[in-house]
Design a protein around this ligand. Sequence first.
Ligand SMILES: [Fe+2]
Length: 321
Amino acid sequence: MLRDRVAQILPLWDASTPGYNFVLGMYAFGLEETGAYSRAEDTGRQALELNPRDPWAVHAVAHVMEMQGRLREGVNWLVERQKDWAPNNGFAFHNWWHLALYHLDIGNISEVLSLYDSQIRPADSRVPLEMIDASALLWRLYLRDVDVGHRWSALSAAWESCAEDAYYAFNDVHAVMAFVGAQQLDRALKTLAVMERRAADTDTNAVMTREVGLPVARALVDFGVGRYEACVERLLSVRTVTNRFGGSNAQRDLIHLTLVEAALRAGKIKLARALAAERTQLKPTSPFNWHLTARVHESMGEHERAARARESAEARRRVVL
Ligand SMILES: [Fe+2]
């Protein structure tokens, strides 16, 4: 739907129609999410030729670069076009989040935290879309044991109403992330209880909550309290269907990252090796993926292979820097 409902009306539009670039930008994102990366990039660039100040088209191409591990290009893409998408734009926080993802992959943690403080969460916003990106970025740091200081508790306070009134599976999961990160298990469990009630409804959100939201939210709680095996079991059962609860492939990658980290911590090394191999084969330019591979080899006592993987990570990082 994301891709083809836009395709259906595209022939009715052309460059002489005001706003055509925005339709192209929408189509570009649908193409990207379905893996048609080259067509997505061409379409996004076409939109930007018509109107460079189209943050959604900028975003679609940023997604292509994220998925293809084109980290240097991704950083340049966003930084060089910053004047077109950042000032006075309600969506800018999300493009800043994408810039932070590139830096996270490269390992520039201080840059990630700086972007979080200055652009992604500069104020105590209660806009769910902004809170989602904040949760997701802190969770990725949490998986790497990065101390983010007071940021979790501040974010958790913003999500507090969700503990009483979970209402949308994708958001609810990100609320649970903040509660777990802030070590507020009571709030996380309260949210789970509301989600369980929502799951008994008959609407679309009930389906999304049953099939993806609840298993993922429970897995996050498991991770937070160190029940890594349980976390692995839950995430393995949903990892191929997480698209059913919305968000982008880049956003949902956090679920896969949680799974592989939990597998490592649970001592399920063969599973961790398989999952790390999936990521590294798909995106070999990612320094993070090579670091993950190195950790797997270390866990298996394969020290030489671990050293080679670390060299690959460093080589990839040097290419980017
Ligand atoms: Fe995005």
